[in-house]
Design a protein around this ligand. Structure first.
Ligand code: FES
Length: 79
């Protein structure tokens, strides 16, 4: 399933990035890894990426509060 259609990548790409120890589990870093270094265009997918990070961390037994994860602090979306 596609997560991002602006710079196309799938949920499998996000899961692989989540498992990569060289990628910090923030929406911006996951996006950068999955898109080949591109910046988000519309930013719609960042909420889904954030949810996938929370699910991944929950599966690892790490409790995170969704609100603590910024959707994007390093990117500005196109206007
Ligand atoms: S859907 Fe990912 S930036 Fe637009």
């Amino acid at each position: 399933m596609y997560v991002c259609i602006c710079n196309p990548f799938t949920d499998k790409d996000v899961k692989a990035a989540l498992e990569n120890p060289d990628v910090r589990n923030t929406p911006a870093q996951i996006y950068k890894c999955c898109s080949g270094g591109e910046r988000p265009n519309c930013g719609t997918c960042l909420c889904e990426i954030k949810d996938m990070i929370v699910d991944h961390q929950s599966a690892l037994g790490v409790q995170k509060i969704k609100e603590d994860l910024p959707a994007s602090v390093e990117f500005q979306t196109a206007e």
